[in-house]
Design a protein. Structure first.
Length: 594
């Protein structure tokens, strides 16, 4: 998730922009840049840290400027792709957070009209569009440019000869910091808190101009009055958006992350999925490779692929695959890794490539090592994840796997239509679950008192049970195991006692009858039983001690909604135990050693 900042006032802009960008470092970034403005523009940008960039800068005579931390989505991390982007004349500079869906069309048209592009980014089109429309005020040029843009954005635009900034937002956050004879703008509150705690939250469709003494907000061409809020948070609290831990914040970011992963790929008119990724011709099977949570995502992906495409699909733990003697014939190898840096997954995909497999990487990090190895890449666009426990990167991997399966030629039209429609509604259903987490919180706190917990599921929710157990063990240190519910009687039954709670991931699908039979078997052993169940399930409460209800979705999509419930369950158990949730002991976010 990129971060943007802007300053206009009486003080030197450079140190304020540097400090504000550093306050946004928690969002993660791969490159950064600053444009200083006053009669002409000076732009400084590079890959790497803000501290390194700023140590080379001395331009202190400016009292207006903009800055950016980039989390690559289009084009690798590089100096050319870093923001700010400028127009052909070098007199207009733009920073952007978001995704411009129609940038390829716009770019082609602008090149035809004589514009020269210097980067691979979607964002650069905004600078050229503003240049194209810059006849009157900068404000009207920005409005005209945005009228041509489809997608999501938070932007700040400055021009060499203009003494104000123009800012706008659509589906990406942007706040204005209101100071005394100075004003700021940023993606998030921490960036302005050192200078002011008076903040205006812009709304979708807002366009504002900010000079040193004025802030004017309009929407649809009409001036708007927006409230100025007082922020009572410390910087640290503000970086977590008011959440106690990054993990909880990231769990709550999932509706937005899912929307971003789906953005531009679904057409509801005639249910279609177009990813711009080619399924290699003549393949006989699919092999999915991954580790940890990503491995659990691939276990779900296997079932999705087989249900939708009929293509034989197998899954291998990357760490095991590197020692195996696999047979790959005409196999499409899909490696899934949020970081793109997991050593085992990198070694596994290299081995698969050597054996002749065509490869695709599903990752959250543009420019990561795996993107340089795989033949093709699909980016999950979840934004940076700070907490060690995978949450939004996991659910967006699932979305990526659904999309890949749906983009397959020959998926049955009726089935496709149902899944596409339900995928489109998924983010709002996850939001509904998150809006009412009190029941899950209470159940999580109850689990905190136990030393062992079992998770069970069947069919597509078996890997969800594995993921629920992994989440609980890694952040709360409670011993937890996930099982296919039908497997308990083959050994794990020996563990069932009134001191071993079981979390049952229930679904209204073809596993229903056998799952209920398994639940009854567990109950007979007197283990406390908690079910995660569809809100339309009127029967489950007869068999279990407690039920957490989740919004109903198409059976194939239940792993997303059920996993979010289990993430919360683990979070509140760990919270009750007072664990260091974001940095669990002995674990690292990227496991770069084999
Ligand atoms: C899960 O919460 C962990 N962070 C871990 O299992 C992780 O999924 C695994 O290390 C794989 O990481 P990757 O997705 O970056 O390859």
């Amino acid at each position: 998730m990129c971060g943007i900042v802007g300053y206009v006032g009486l003080r030197p802009a450079l140190p304020i922009l540097v400090n504000s960008l550093q306050r946004l470092e928690y969002r993660g970034y791969d490159s950064c840049g600053i444009a200083l403005c006053g009669g002409h523009l000076e732009v400084f940008k590079d890959t790497g840290r803000i501290g390194d960039l700023s140590s080379q800068l001395t331009s202190n005579g400016y009292s207006m400027g903009i800055g950016h931390t980039r989390w690559a989505t289009h084009g690798k991390p590089s100096q050319a792709n870093a923001h700010p982007h400028t127009d052909c004349s070098g007199r207009i500079a733009v920073v952007h957070n978001g995704v411009i869906d129609n940038y390829l069309e716009l770019r082609t048209q602008l090149i035809r009209e004589g514009h020269t592009f210097r980067s691979e980014t979607d964002s650069e089109v905004i600078a050229h569009l503003v240049e194209k429309h810059h006849e009157g005020s900068l404000e009207s040029a920005v409005a005209a440019a945005l009228a041509e843009v489809k997608g999501s954005y938070a932007i700040i635009v400055v021009a060499a000869d203009c003494q104000y900034m123009v800012v706008a937002r659509h589906e990406n956050p942007l706040i204005i910091g209101v100071g005394y004879r100075e004003n700021l703008v940023a993606s998030d509150v921490p960036a302005v808190l050192d200078y002011t705690n008076k903040v205006i939250y812009l709304e979708d469709g807002d366009l504002a101009t900010e000079s040193r003494n004025t802030v004017k907000v309009s929407s649809g061409g009409k001036e708007q009055k927006r409230n100025c809020d007082h922020i009572p948070w410390s910087i640290e609290e503000a970086q977590k958006g008011g959440y106690e831990h990054f993990m909880l914040k990231e769990i709550h970011e999932q509706p937005k992350a899912i929307t971003e992963t789906l953005r531009g790929y679904l057409s509801h008119v005639e249910p279609q999925v177009n990813l711009g990724i080619e399924v290699p011709a003549g393949i006989d099977d699919v092999l999915l490779l991954a580790c940890g949570s990503s491995y659990h995502a691939t276990l779900i992906g296997k079932q999705v692929f087989e249900a939708l495409t009929g293509m034989p699909t197998r899954v291998e733990m990357a760490s095991e695959f590197i020692h195996a003697s696999p047979v790959l014939r005409r196999t499409w190898v899909i490696a899934v890794t949020q970081s793109g840096e997991t050593a085992d997954t990198l070694m596994a995909i290299k081995k698969a490539k050597m054996l002749g497999g065509k490869t695709l990487a599903v990752t959250n990090v543009v420019g990561s090592s795996i993107t340089r190895i795989a033949d093709q890449c699909f980016y999950t666009r979840a934004g940076p994840e700070i907490s060690v426990a995978a949450t939004k990167t996991f659910t967006t991997q699932l979305i990526a796997l659904y999309l890949l399966a749906l983009a397959w030629p020959d998926v049955g039209a009726k089935f496709k239509s149902t899944i596409v429609q339900d995928l489109g509604r998924l983010a709002s259903k996850v939001q509904r679950l998150l809006n009412d987490e009190s029941e899950i919180a209470q159940q999580g706190e109850t689990l905190a008192a136990f030393d062992n917990v079992l998770f069970v599921g069947r069919g597509i929710n078996y890997p969800v049970a594995l993921e629920g157990a992994l989440k609980l063990k890694e952040i709360s240190y409670i011993h937890a195991e996930g099982y296919a519910a039908g497997e308990l009687k083959h050994g794990p039954f020996a563990l069932l006692t009134p001191r071993t709670p079981v979390v049952a991931v229930a679904a209204l699908d073809n596993t229903r009858e056998s799952f209920l039979a398994n639940i009854r078997e567990i109950k007979a052993r007197e283990s406390p039983l908690l079910a995660i169940a569809d809100e339309r399930d009127t029967e489950i409460n007869k068999y279990v001690d407690c039920v957490v209800r989740v919004p109903g979705v198409e059976p194939l999509l239940t792993p997303v909604i059920n996993t979010v419930a289990l993430q919360l369950l683990a979070y509140f158990a760990a919270w009750k135990r007072g664990c260091e949730i974001d940095l669990p002991r002995n674990l690292a976010k990227s496991v770069t050693v084999p």
